[in-house]
Design a protein around this ligand. Structure first.
Ligand code: ZN
Length: 84
């Protein structure tokens, strides 16, 4: 089994996935947001957007936190279509 080590202190006491939460959020945790590219021809454009939940990996020794997109393949697809 592959052991994940903390990037900062090398500890193997890692916790994943840990839910993220924002105090400004009423329904969930942190999310990444990508918006459809702007169309210069359109005056009032309702831009599509992708919201991607973020999970955390936390070191149980030093507390270092890494963030991971829940579905990076989907995020990459939208990125390649020009979403930012
Ligand atoms: Zn650590």
């Amino acid at each position: 089994m592959d052991t994940v080590k903390c990037l900062k202190c090398g500890s193997t006491e890692m916790m994943f996935p840990v839910e993220t939460h924002s105090t400004y959020d009423t329904i969930g945790g942190l999310q990444l947001k990508l918006k459809e590219p702007k169309d210069p021809q359109v005056w009032m454009q309702l831009r599509d957007q992708l919201l991607m939940p973020v999970k955390a990996r936390v070191c149980g020794s030093c507390g270092f936190v890494e963030l991971y997109a829940e579905n990076p393949a989907t995020l990459q697809k939208y990125w390649q279509r020009g979403y930012r």
